[in-house]
Design a protein around this ligand. Structure first.
Ligand code: URA
Length: 183
């Protein structure tokens, strides 16, 4: 199954109750052979309406970081832990994440990125370790099935607390250095 076939399958998914309230499945966008994969938490309102990840306010802030580091959005791949919006943007439930993880696992296999970046605590707890502490452990490199993986703060967290912006700037520097080292 290629990425398009996987997306087609995902578009009609009813593996958890989030299908009942979604407008669109937000599968992911970008280069199917990207070196750099970003994984967020789950679609918000704008993402649910458009079917694209990170297009709302948090997405616009992410775009500023990408621009600042000369990372073209179409060259990377951006997706989420859960592909359907949790009502009122609540955290995804563990069973919703579990029901959706097969899609992300397959996306990672097919894209085969050189570097994975978790955007926020929810993705880091799922992909790095369950007790991941975002404030203490962002910017640290781990390995997931042989692939370097790190986390930075979620852009929505930066909208709430702009004092953390320099931390994310440092994380992006470090992410770009890792990508260069591996290219
Ligand atoms: N927040 C996320 O985690 N993902 C999106 O796609 C949008 C906002």
């Amino acid at each position: 199954m290629n990425l398009q076939e996987l997306e087609n399958k995902c578009q009609s998914c009813r593996a958890c109750p989030l299908w009942e309230t979604r407008t669109h499945v937000v599968f992911g966008v970008g280069n199917p052979h990207a070196d750099l994969l970003f994984v967020g938490e789950g679609p918000g309102e704008q993402e649910d309406l458009t079917g694209e990840p990170f297009v709302g306010r948090a997405g616009q802030l992410l775009d500023l970081y990408l621009k600042a580091f000369d990372i073209a959005r179409p060259n990377v791949y951006i997706t989420n832990i859960v592909k359907c919006r949790p009502p009122r943007n609540r955290d995804p439930l563990p069973e919703e994440e579990a029901a959706c993880m097969g899609y992300l696992e397959r996306q990672i296999e097919l894209i085969s990125p050189k570097v994975i970046v978790c955007l926020g605590r929810i993705a880091a707890m799922r992909l790095i370790k369950p007790d991941f502490r975002i404030t203490k452990e962002h910017g640290i490199w781990f390995e997931r099935n042989g692939v370097p993986i790190t986390a930075t703060l979620h852009p929505a967290a930066l909208l709430r607390d702009p004092n953390k912006k320099p931390d994310v700037f440092e994380d992006f520097k470090n992410i770009c250095a890792k990508c260069k080292e591996l290219s």
